[in-house]
Each structure stands twice: as structure tokens, then as C-alpha cells.
Design a protein around this ligand. Structure first.
Ligand SMILES: [Fe+2]
Ligand SMILES: [Fe+2]
Length: 280
């Protein structure tokens, strides 16, 4: 059941078309999506730098610890959360890549796009750090997160979509809340705030697509599991990256989790239109 014709529904067909239009040609060997490269060329052609000075030594220290110091500023907390938020996904994508998960001749085209999009998420977040002259660092996610990610990567595909889909939903909530909090934090530097919104917004557009794709690959029961696991996974993410709740107010998080997951609610945070193959 892996050939590109075997797994198809109108939603999935539409998503395939959307991905090739949004991303352009996919080059797995060089981990490139043609249109995304064009996006970064534009970002690089218009470099901007925040006037705020962030303590680079405190940033490096923060990257090496799982428990942030009590006195870190909200700005530093935002940047540490930005640097750490995608490490679990990066770890999972790297693991899948190492095991050749999306490299077989019969790999569905959307899987290649999705894997490459995840690489771009690391890069999009690195450009947020670059606004403050901070480097991108690779750090392994915490033990609990590593086991969680391995489970998602190695359980059989038929069961993985509900699980991965729930994580993608949690990712949407985290990226949205953190992007908004970051833009608010730097509201006095409108260009910086707009760039944060753009970079986070591009990730969110992709993640919403991933939610829709997972939902389309799930049965009704699977979609029920996605909705059920979404909240505990958000809580797991925030426990594992405590910097998040130093910048996103716990009240904003509780408020978000008090409603059922709603893709329409994300519209205001997006830079490009997403494609939803199916609703979770
Ligand atoms: Fe991602
Ligand atoms: Fe994703």
C-alpha cells in the first residue's frame, strides 16, 4: 500500500498539487525545495538586525541547560524557546532520513516534500535567531522527547499517522503562540516583529498542511485519537521546553487548550495560504 496511486483521496491529490506549487521541485539529495530557496534568497537580500542586544554568553549557557535560570529576560526566553522548539522534530526527521524512511522508489511525493519542509523549519527558526546575531545550535532533545520521537518514527505507518498528526497539531499551537509572543515582545521594532511573524507564519502554513495530511491518512478513530492526544502533547512540549512558558503566558496556553483544535483560528498568523487535505 505504498505506491502513489494506492494512497489517494481528493484531499491528498489536492495536497500533492499544492505542495508542488508551493515548494517547486524537490531535491532530496541536496535537501532543497526550489521555491523555498527563492524565499530565503529574498530574506538574505534584505537582512535586518534588532537594536536590542542579547547576551550571547547567556544564550549559549541557556542552550546547554534543560532548566532555564529564574532571571532570564522574556526576550532571551523567546530566543531559547525558538532555538529549542524544533530540536525534537529535527531529531525525528534526521532519524527517519538515516533509516531511509522517505527514500524508497515508491515513496509518495508528498512525503518527500514534508521531510524537506521540516528541514526548512530548522532554517526558518535559525533566521529568527540571526535577527539577533545568535547562531543556530544542534542540541539533542531531552530523554523523554527522544523516546517520544523514536516511537513516532518507528511505529508501523498505519498507526503512526494519528500519533504524528497529534504532534503536528501540538506543533501548530506552539508555533502560533510563540510567534505571536515574539512579535509582541519586539513590537517596538516593527520590522523585526514583522520578520518574526513571517518566519513563524511560514512554518505554521506547513504544519497545518501536515495536520491535514495526517488527518486524511487516518480513519475516523485515528482522527479521534489525534484530537485526544493533542492537549497532552502540548503539555509535554511545554514541560520539556520550559522557556516557552516564560514567554507565552500560561493563561494564553490554557485558553488555547480550552477550545477544540480549530484550523480556522490560525488564519491570522499565516503568511501564505495552507492546504488542508482533511480536518482532524
Ligand atoms: Fe516542522
Ligand atoms: Fe510537521
Amino acid at each position: 500500500m505504498k505506491s502513489s496511486t494506492a494512497v489517494a483521496s481528493p484531499g491528498i491529490e489536492g495536497y500533492r498539487e499544492y505542495l508542488s506549487e508551493r515548494n517547486g521541485d524537490a531535491d532530496l539529495l541536496n535537501r532543497r525545495l526550489a521555491h523555498r530557496e527563492a524565499f530565503f534568497a529574498e530574506i538574505e537580500a534584505n537582512p535586518i538586525r534588532s537594536g536590542r542586544s542579547i547576551d550571547a554568553v547567556a544564550f549559549e549557557r541557556g542552550m546547554r541547560t534543560r532548566r532555564p535560570a529564574n532571571d532570564i529576560s522574556p526576550e532571551l526566553a523567546f530566543l531559547l524557546a525558538t532555538a529549542k522548539l524544533n530540536q525534537a522534530e529535527r531529531f525525528g526527521v534526521g532519524l527517519g532520513e538515516t533509516y531511509g524512511k522517505n527514500s524508497a522508489g515508491d515513496t509518495l511525493p508528498e512525503r518527500v516534500h514534508m521531510e524537506l519542509e521540516e528541514h526548512y523549519h530548522t532554517r526558518l527558526l535559525a533566521y529568527v535567531l540571526d535577527l539577533f546575531g545568535l547562531p543556530f545550535r544542534v542540541t539533542p532533545p531531552a530523554f523523554v522527547m527522544r523516546q517520544f520521537v523514536k516511537l513516532a518514527v518507528f511505529i508501523p505507518e498505519s498507526q503512526s499517522f494519528a500519533f504524528v498528526g497529534a504532534s503536528e497539531m501540538a506543533g501548530c499551537a506552539m508555533f502560533d503562540l510563540l510567534g505571536q509572543a515574539g512579535a509582541a515582545l519586539f513590537a517596538d521594532e516593527p520590522k523585526i516583529a514583522a520578520r518574526i511573524r513571517l518566519l513563524y507564519g511560514e512554518i505554521l502554513t506547513d504544519e497545518i498542511g501536515h495536520v491535514g495530511y495526517c488527518a486524511a491518512r487516518c480513519s475516523n478513530a485515528g482522527r479521534g485519537i489525534m484530537r485526544m492526544l493533542y492537549r497532552p502533547i502540548v503539555r509535554l512540549f511545554t514541560r520539556q521546553t520550559p522557556e516557552i512558558l516564560r514567554v507565552v503566558s500560561p493563561h494564553a496556553l490554557d485558553e488555547r487548550l480550552s477550545h477544540p483544535f480549530d484550523l480556522a483560528g490560525y488564519e491570522g498568523s499565516l503568511a501564505s495560504a495552507p492546504f488542508v487535505a482533511a480536518h482532524p
